[in-house]
Ligand binder design. Structure first.
Ligand SMILES: Nc1ncnc2c1ncn2[C@@H]1O[C@H](COP(=O)(O)OP(=O)(O)OP(=O)(O)O)[C@@H](O)[C@H]1O
Ligand SMILES: [Mg+2]
Length: 341
């Protein structure tokens, strides 16, 4: 059963500063991205910095409004307004109140807990601030009891309610962010680089917390990461983005065994290494070493990856590949994918 589906999402930003501003250029941050997340599914969205992962996620919750494309959500009993025949609602058409209710079903956990948690507020107020405006607010006393229980669920304690975010370590602050999102009993958690700012040992603990939480609560998760191996360890299915486009999508196991896109292979080769078959011990290693890249700013007709691709030929530079299904549930945007395998 599908929970959330995005079709052909696109978002451009104007380049207001710098060299290109004079030419009225823009960045295609998200360029025709489609994906679906099933009930109980963990979907990994992976790619280097600037490829459009966060923008895609923000379009899903309407922190940004898309230029074009569709987002549909199957609310499983929640009241979100007008439903289509297939039981879904059109997220881009939700009014203010329905949008608040939708955002309690689909919760966004931010990359950087140091910045997303107000240092002057107590943990209790941090946890309750979003809940207070949700349709299911039960009153302060009950909400505090729920908050205490959730802090324990994420590995903190009820007595932490009185403390303030700066008193906690980075990993503990990420646990507070996760607790805040869970308080609304969402169907989908969007975890945007929730482990990348943490030490390697703490990353494993937070990943394990997410795995347990997901199992216990039957949560769906959109897991955004630049580390493909971590995503493969954690997720059921993976989408690989490059310059705003989806380049390859497959069940994590298939991608691990037989990545088809040259870019996915590059990511595997350059990732520091977490072997899904060997628990969650990570080998020592550097971060992704690829040169950072700019999203496309021109109406470039060829493959977005052509300039970096070792297999690129004239066709790759002049004709954008279709996103085609090459094996069951395995899609790839590459002219050379058959030849490459
Ligand atoms: N509000 C904005 N205004 C202008 N440009 C933006 C804005 N948000 C994102 N961009 C640009 O869109 C592109 C995609 O950014 P996005 O944050 O989605 O990438 P990302 O994959 O999440 O990267 P990271 O791994 O660094 O978080 C980048 O070039 C970024 O500079
Ligand atoms: Mg991001």
């Amino acid at each position: 059963m599908i929970l959330l589906e995005a079709r052909d999402l696109a978002k451009r930003f104007n380049l207001e500063a710098g060299f290109f501003a004079r030419f009225g250029k823009f960045v295609r941050a998200v360029n025709g991205v489609s994906l679906s997340i099933g009930e109980d599914e963990a979907y990994g969205l992976v790619g280097e910095s600037g490829c459009g992962k966060s923008t895609t996620a923000r379009l899903l919750v309407r922190m940004y409004e898309a230029d074009s494309g569709a987002v549909r959500f199957w609310p499983r009993g929640a009241e979100l307004g007008k439903m289509a025949d297939d039981g879904s609602v059109d997220v881009r058409a939700l009014g203010r109140r329905a949008l608040v209710a939708y955002r309690s079903r689909v919760k966004y956990v931010f990359q950087d807990p140091a910045r997303s948690l107000d240092p002057r507020m107590s943990v209790a107020d941090v946890l309750l601030s979003g809940y207070r405006w949700s349709p299911s607010w039960p009153g302060r006393a009950l909400a505090l009891a729920e908050a205490a229980a959730i802090l324990e669920e994420v590995g903190l304690s009820a007595s932490d309610l009185e403390r303030r975010p700066p008193e906690f370590s980075g990993g503990q602050r990420q646990r507070i962010s996760i607790a805040r999102a869970l308080l609304l009993r969402p169907d989908l958690l969007i975890c945007d680089e929730v482990v990348s700012a943490l030490d390697v040992s703490v990353q494993g603990q937070i990943l394990n917390l997410l795995i347990e939480t997901r199992r216990r609560r039957k949560l769906s998760i959109l897991f955004i990461a630049h580390d493909l191996k971590v995503a493969c360890y954690f997720c059921d299915r993976i989408g690989v983005m490059y310059k705003g486009e989806m380049m390859e999508e497959a069940p994590a196991r298939d991608l691990w065994k037989a990545a088809l896109h040259p870019y996915t292979r590059f990511l595997f080769a350059s990732a520091p290494g977490m072997d899904p078959s060997a628990g969650n011990d990570r080998a020592a290693g550097g971060a992704v070493t690829a040169a950072s890249h700019e999203p496309r700013t021109d109406a470039w007709e060829g493959c977005a990856y052509a300039a970096r691709c070792p297999l690129a030929d004239d066709r790759c530079r002049s004709q954008r590949p279709e996103f085609r299904e090459i094996a069951p549930a395995h899609r790839v945007r590459c002219h050379k994918a058959d030849a490459a395998e």
